[in-house]
Ligand binder design. Structure first.
Ligand SMILES: NC(=O)C1=CN([C@@H]2O[C@H](COP(=O)(O)OP(=O)(O)OC[C@H]3O[C@@H](n4cnc5c(N)ncnc54)[C@H](OP(=O)(O)O)[C@@H]3O)[C@@H](O)[C@H]2O)C=CC1
Ligand SMILES: O=C(O)C1=N[C@H](C(=O)O)C[C@H](O)C1
Length: 255
């Protein structure tokens, strides 16, 4: 049995994860974490009677859970994952918006404690494949732009997936891009890839990568129409994370 703690259990992704964990025979929802949680939340969010509702890092220890699944927000995630690692709980991080400095610090902390973990910019298979295909295409089409589209409540922009996609395009390039004009209307340049962020009601999570070359174009796109699209990836991560020996970035490492 894998004992799972869900941080951010009252949020959109946290609620889905709580349900998914309860639906799997080899998972047990041993705890949830949120500093603002109150006792009545256990019933309100349909938690099993034996699930602990934790509100402080002081309550953590290695017996609380095997795996910490984090769907919180950019300001909370780094401190949460530091606390999880220090408590000996394997982190599975879905939260976006962590700074590169915080991410590197946590990778070093996990390494020092010989603890495996995962930071996944996107748990959806369609997004993982989009990033892989974009890296391959960049070898032939160095000029690329990313348009990411999300729901209006998303706290960060550009999305973690768009940032990761830009890094993969840069890794796949064999030539410099031709396009150089840079102004406010051209999006945020990440690794020489202009990234455009759209926030609109009705959207969940979507990304398009547009490549252009002499006389031709290639567009790769993916859509998460429902947050259920992320749950298969989260389940895979929970099953595999304890076998990892460091904090890895990208679900593709576990597939
Ligand atoms: N990697 C992936 O595949 C995916 C990643 N995400 C990312 O996951 C994150 C969560 O998304 P979403 O569920 O939509 O956001 P929500 O805002 O719906 O949920 C976040 C929840 O975390 C709570 N919270 C705030 N601080 C803490 C803390 N220190 N510890 C525990 N809980 C806390 C919030 O409470 P309160 O509102 O009271 O502050 C809220 O209930 C985002 O960063 C998003 O980008 C989303 C989808 C897929
Ligand atoms: O906030 C979201 O919803 C999502 N966030 C992640 C990101 O920032 O890329 C993953 C997915 O796009 C959904």
């Amino acid at each position: 049995m894998i004992h799972v703690l869900v941080a951010g259990f009252r949020g959109a992704m946290g609620q889905k994860t709580v349900k998914m964990v309860q639906s799997q025979k080899d998972f047990a929802l041993s705890a949830v974490f949120d500093p603002k949680a109150i006792a009545a939340d256990a019933q309100k969010y349909g938690l099993p009677a034996d699930t602990k509702v934790l509100t402080s890092y002081d309550q953590l220890n290695p017996d609380i859970a095997d795996v910490w699944v984090d769907f919180t927000n950019p300001t909370a995630v780094a401190a949460n994952i530091e606390a999880a690692i220090k408590a000996g709980i394997h982190p599975v991080v879905g939260t976006s918006g962590m700074t590169p400095a915080d991410q590197n610090r946590l990778i070093e902390l996990a390494q020092a404690r010989h603890l495996g973990g995962l930071i996944a910019p996107n748990f959806g298979l369609s997004a993982v494949l989009l990033m892989k295909f974009a890296q391959e295409a960049a070898a032939y089409f160095p000029d690329a732009e990313i348009i990411e589209m999300h729901h209006q409540d998303k706290a960060d922009a550009p999305s973690g997936t768009a940032i990761a996609t830009a890094h993969k395009i840069a890794a796949g390039r064999t030539q410099k891009p031709l396009s150089t004009i840079d102004n406010d209307a051209r999006g945020q340049r990440i690794d020489d890839v202009p990234v455009h962020a759209v926030r609109l009601p009705g959207y969940i999570a979507h990304e398009q990568v547009l490549f252009g070359g002499p006389g031709e174009a290639l567009t790769i796109c993916q859509d998460s129409f429902d947050r259920q699209s992320f749950m298969q990836g989260v389940a895979v991560a929970i099953r595999k994370v304890q076998a990892a020996n460091h904090l890895v970035v990208g679900l593709e490492n576990f597939l």
